[in-house]
Design a protein around this ligand. Sequence first.
Ligand code: NAD
Ligand code: GLY
Length: 380
Amino acid sequence: MNTRTLKIRTKERSSEYVVEIGSGLLPETGSWLQSALGGRTRIAIVSNDTVFGLYGETVADSLEDSGFRTEVFLVPDGEEFKSLSNAEKALEFFSGARLTRNDCIVALGGGVVGDLAGFAASIYLRGVRFFNIPTTLLAMIDASIGGKTGVNTSFGKNLTGTFHQPSGVLTDVSTLETLDPRDFRAGLYEAVKQAAVSGGELLEDIRAFLNENADAGRAERLAELVFRQVSFKASIVEQDALESAERSDSRSRKVLNFGHTTAHALEKVTDYSYFNHGEAVGYGIIAASEISKRLEICPSDSIDLLNDVVRGVGVLPDASSISITDVLGAIERDKKASESSVQWILLEDIGRPVIVSASEIPPNVIRESLEHAISRRSNG
Ligand code: NAD
Ligand code: GLY
């Protein structure tokens, strides 16, 4: 399979970075980094037990074969370990290994590892280079690019973080073969989110992917899906990398948070231990679509189409026992609360996101839309 290459340039950085997407790329990690780094750079690989157990040796061997000295820092597996205390442990590790500003961090794993490693890299010695090797679909299409890093704290998800663009991203879709189907679906929900704000073509990609069951050519189809998703995210990030607070147009980076107002609240009220992030986004898409429908700003057939695709991804975990009052409380405390009002990303149509202040939405519409979303599973 040919490797697809995409360059991302933001005005905050003097140089662009390259995203390579293909299959069977991990054994080439060393030569990939050699072309980016040259020299005798030392590399700290940040990963978790699960992913390192599967792919760590391939990556570390390839780096060592290319002349890099590697150190390995592993975090336990799980969203709850994306914490300040683990970021501090990573910093202590880098310092103990005497990494300098010429050295770099490589994140090998899903979004949890990438967010944590990127955060630690951004503050270690006031910022060292980091490279992403995403191994979940969600991280491939979303978390590994764009430079948002962070950890969860007692006051909310991802509320402590930085913008620190990676220096390169190596995406090997063959790693998805070992991903649990539930985690794979999580990536597809996140893909539906990007399709909802991007337009019908990305939605069609997902529908076509869901309808095509054959194993033959699966890696090729996945690489194409990832490439097209990353291309869209890059087009948003390139012109609003820092998610400017002032912007509220349809190309603002804020639109990538479609579905996330509800998703973060659902994750928070269930202590980050019931839904995976993508599943919470699945519910978030249904809730934001329902608000758009009830406000009569979006044609209902577009909402039906979007819900169909969410349903096509699979069954979401039952959320019917979750208290709407708790969810509304968590939404109020969400990071996207701007001054006195939460900003909802809604749809005027597929591919036409609009940012609406909660103060402009009747409270009963929000409550009833949330009730509608969580009282039924996506296939109900
Ligand atoms: P994750 O990192 O927890 O990975 C899911 C599970 O899959 C984990 O158990 C992991 O060990 C396992 N895994 C990873 N790769 C594997 C592989 N190839 N084979 C087998 N198992 C594998 O979850 P995720 O869905 O990748 O990421 C979710 C996180 O990403 C959340 O913390 C979310 O906030 C963050 N996120 C960040 C951004 C961003 O822009 N920075 C965007 C979206 C999501
Ligand atoms: N995942 C949303 C963003 O990167 O902005």
